[in-house]
Ligand binder design. Structure first.
Ligand code: CA
Length: 320
């Protein structure tokens, strides 16, 4: 099961400048559109911390994977999805700095900080938790706080709390993407297994995944299917935006850390994109990971989307 794989892999290894706005600090609007090719949006979190978002156009795509795709799972049945409204998506994962702004202003404590263990939710629902008294890692840990690092060790519930705070602050509708919105944005018009083509070997320079350096660092020998046949320079998470952007101007849609999505069944939520510890099959555009809404680990983060407002024509010329 993919739920188990995410944990076992993490355990296995053991291991753009923004456009300058003229307004002085403290007098900026909370959110504004800026001019740019295709339209962009900046959200101001305070303390000169901002989130830059790309405009994702409306359109139509085939979600899922063909039956002959290597690594395919049964939950990837192909079907046409129409994206009726454009939306904005953060160009990168939410960073430690951005999440820290939220925590600083609210005193929020993540699920991992509060419970220090994963809790079995219901009898028969399965459950993921470390051995008794094992400390759950926190987003605050030094190992996860390098410059421009994606925030990790955040649960789906933590990500939703961030979105709620940012929605209230900016008076914009900030949410997690649905899996449909995520896959549409990931593909950016491509129809292949990976954004760079059909074969995993073509991904060098595109993503931080389980690569040769990951294999060398692993505590146990890995089969060839467990890593990419290239070296991306990072054993663990990489600073956001370190690799090529896709056709919509989004970075790290594949690799680095998993991204929580909205929706799901019961308390199970979607995780997309794979991570620095993920094998090729989990880094495909159609691959669907999942886990409990209060689960977190060092391979999981998120990015946000913002709804288009009435009157925003998407040309990037409107402003709040
Ligand atoms: Ca890597």
């Amino acid at each position: 099961m993919r739920i188990m794989f995410i944990v076992s892999t993490a355990v296995l290894i053991g291991i753009a400048a923004l456009s300058v706005l003229a307004e002085a600090k403290g007098h900026r609007p909370a959110a504004r559109s800026i001019r740019g090719q295709g339209g962009e949006l900046l959200l101001n979190l305070g303390d000169n911390v901002e989130i830059e978002l790309a405009r994702i156009p409306s359109g139509e795509f085939i979600m899922g994977s063909p039956q002959n795709e290597t690594g395919r799972e049964s939950d990837e049945k192909q079907h046409i999805v129409k994206i009726v409204k454009p939306y904005y998506m953060s160009k990168t994962h939410i960073t430690v700095e951005q999440f820290g702004e939220f925590v600083q202003r609210t005193g929020y404590r993540t699920d991992a900080e509060r419970v220090h263990k994963w809790v079995r939710l219901e009898v028969g629902e399965g459950g993921l938790y470390p051995p008794n008294n094992t400390r759950v890692e926190s987003w605050r840990d030094d190992a996860h706080r390098q410059v421009n690092a994606p925030v990790v060790c955040v649960s789906w519930q933590d990500a939703k709390a961030f979105c709620k705070w940012l929605s209230d602050k900016t008076e914009r509708e900030v949410t997690l993407p649905s899996e449909e919105q995520w896959e549409y944005a990931c593909r950016a018009g491509t129809t292949t297994a990976y954004p760079w083509g059909e074969h995993p070997d073509g991904g060098k320079g595109w993503a931080n995944c389980a690569d040769k350096s990951f294999k060398r660092a692993a505590a146990k020998p890995l089969p060839d299917s467990a890593y990419f046949n290239w070296d991306d320079g990072f054993v663990h998470a990489s600073p956001v935006g370190s690799f090529k952007a896709n056709g919509f101007g989004l970075y790290d849609m594949i690799g680095n850390v998993f991204q929580w999505c909205d929706g799901g069944v019961g308390r199970i939520r979607g995780l997309r994109g794979g991570s620095w510890a993920s094998e090729p099959s989990l880094c495909r555009c159609a691959a669907r990971g999942k886990n409990f809404s209060n689960y977190s680990d060092k391979c999981i983060g998120f990015r946000v989307i913002v709804s288009i407002k009435e009157g925003e024509d998407g040309s990037g010329t409107s402003s709040d």
